[in-house]
Design a protein around this ligand. Structure first.
Ligand code: UD1
Ligand code: CA
Length: 487
């Protein structure tokens, strides 16, 4: 046995020693594996466990992104159960290795060998059901592996209730010499409180060489990745434990309650980061912001606000209350109140809501006004234009400084095809107008209220298309009399 000193790093949340080591790490190519072939029985779901979403992102993708943020260019995901669905959902930003039969975590890691065959360096391994591991921590784990030259740097933590976890076994000198799973442990071993959390950084060559020597003569008849610690020890190598204090980040998701808890933790983390970057979050408890959302400084999120997907909010915006933005862009100084905006852009200084619905690639120019009960789909809506009440605009190009009166509707669909409505700059569309597309309302023109517009309106013209008013003096009084008075 080589005489290597026991190396334990206690890494608290705010340990900052990683910085120096990180620069030295830069030259080493870092690889990473996500183990995600297991069934996840306790989710009680037809969906593969890894595809259950947290703040809109599949859990396994969050795990893989953590590897990427830690410096792994293209993480390898070991898939099996529901693997086709996972590959389809995550796409080709990742490499995939198949584990056709789930023979254990050790076997799963071995399945990644071909994907990493040319790699002779460090490889991080994380479970696909632990989405909260901080990339900083993974970087430090890799740094410790590099610094010590150990065959494995392994995250451990000390738990008051270690039930269900693999326990770390140490030799007389305190060196890690094995891990025993709950189901294989003796009562004395079960009393050990330092546990394996399935987060490792291995020396790749040693990993794949020794994985092939593992046996499955244990309580579950599986090839355990945890047995690598014993294999390394017998091989004369060394495993270094890096102790985690912030156990929240190790939270594993095995059922849907844990899914909800993990979502709460991630949500809080994201909100905290935005708050510290200058965003006012009035009620964190009811505010949901996805991991890919960007928000500018001095913006305010009011209660019951949900920002999803690739949403970008500029500076000095007010969003909410009761608002959902999905893949939306809201430019500086705009406000969106009690509204739903999907795949659309709200221009700088625009005011949207309450109760507006923008979707399908709608783009509001700057200083636009979209009020209550207005829906827009696939609309270009020019700067300073206004649709303040009760309107549907679909497949329309609206110029600048246009006024769209209350109750205006574009009839964009004839039952077969969608058609476009064009409204020129400065046009005034009177209330309750019906614009039958394809149709063009010329620049500076006026459409009389209540018109049904079937034909193009030239520039600066007035179009009135409604039955003219009929007046019959005294008619109502005569009727009352005929009916015997009153009413
Ligand atoms: C594992 C560890 C245990 C540790 C615990 C911490 C082993 C043998 N045990 O147990 O020491 O305390 O994690 O969370 O490693 N997977 C596959 N293929 C398989 C089996 C599992 O890809 O054949 C994947 C699963 O999808 C999952 C991950 O590996 O993402 C962990 O597997 P799981 O069965 O949850 O391991 P634990 O029993 O939690
Ligand atoms: Ca687990």
């Amino acid at each position: 046995m080589p005489n290597v000193r026991l190396f334990i790093l206690d890494l608290g949340k705010h340990n900052s020693s990683g910085g120096v080591i990180r620069t030295r790490m830069a030259e080493r190519v870092l690889e990473g594996i996500v183990l995600a072939a297991g069934k996840g029985t306790r989710m009680r779901s037809d969906l593969p466990k890894g595809l259950h979403r947290i703040l809109g992102v599949p859990m396994v993708e969050l795990a893989a992104r953590n590897l990427r943020k830690a410096g792994v260019t293209r993480p390898t995901i070991v898939v099996g159960h529901g693997g086709d669905q996972i590959v389809e959902a995550l796409g080709d930003g990742y490499a995939y290795a198949w584990q056709r039969e789930q023979l254990g975590t050790g076997h799963a890691a071995l399945c990644a060998e071909t994907a990493l065959k040319d790699h002779d360096g460090p490889v991080l391994i994380v479970p696909g059901d632990a989405p909260l591991i901080e990339p900083d921590f993974l970087r430090r784990l890799a740094a410790v592996q590099a610094e010590t030259g150990a065959a494995c740097a392994m995250a451990t933590c000390v738990m008051d209730d270690p039930f269900g976890y693999g326990r770390i076994l140490r030799d007389a000198e305190g060196r890690p010499m094995g891990i025993v799973e709950e189901k294989d442990a003796t009562p004395e071993q079960k009393a050990l409180r330092e546990v394996c959390v399935s987060v490792y950084c291995f020396q790749a060559r040693t990993l794949f060489r020794l994985l092939k020597t593992l046996r499955n003569d244990n309580a579950q008849g599986e090839y355990y990745l945890t047995d690598m610690v014993g294999a390394i020890y017998r091989d004369g190598g060394n495993t270094v434990c890096v102790r985690v204090q912030d156990t929240e980040m190790l939270m594993g998701v095995n059922d849907r309650w844990q899914l909800a808890e993990a979502a709460r933790v991630l949500r809080t983390r994201i909100l905290r980061a935005h708050a510290l970057a200058g965003v006012t979050i009035v009620d964190p408890g009811s505010t949901h912001v996805g991991p890919d959302v960007e928000i500018g400084a001095d913006s305010t999120l009011l209660p019951n606000t949900v920002l999803e997907g690739r949403t970008v909010v500029g500076a000095g915006c007010a969003i909410g209350p009761n608002t959902v933005l999905r893949n939306a862009t809201v430019e500086d100084g705009a406000s969106v109140v009690c509204s739903f905006v999907a795949d659309s852009t709200v221009g700088a200084g625009s005011r949207v809501g309450p109760f507006a619905h923008l979707r399908g690639g709608t783009r509001l120019g700057s200083g636009a006004r979209v009020g209550n009960f207005v829906e827009m789909k696939n609309v270009e809506f020019g700067a300073s234009s206004s649709a303040a009440h009760l309107t549907y605009l679909g497949d329309a190009s609206v110029g600048e400084s246009v006024n769209v009166g209350a109750g205006t509707i574009t009839c964009n669909y004839d039952g077969f095809t969608k058609h476009r409505t064009r409204i020129g700059d400065g046009a005034f569309v009177g209330s309750n107008s019906t614009l039958i597309a394809p149709v063009t309302i010329g620049e500076g023109s006026v459409v009389g209220a209540g018109s049904v517009i079937r034909h193009d309106v030239p520039k600066d013209a007035l179009a009135i298309a409604r039955a003219d008013q009929v007046l019959k003096e005294g008619w109502a009084a005569r009727r009352r009399e005929a009916k015997g008075g009153k009413k």
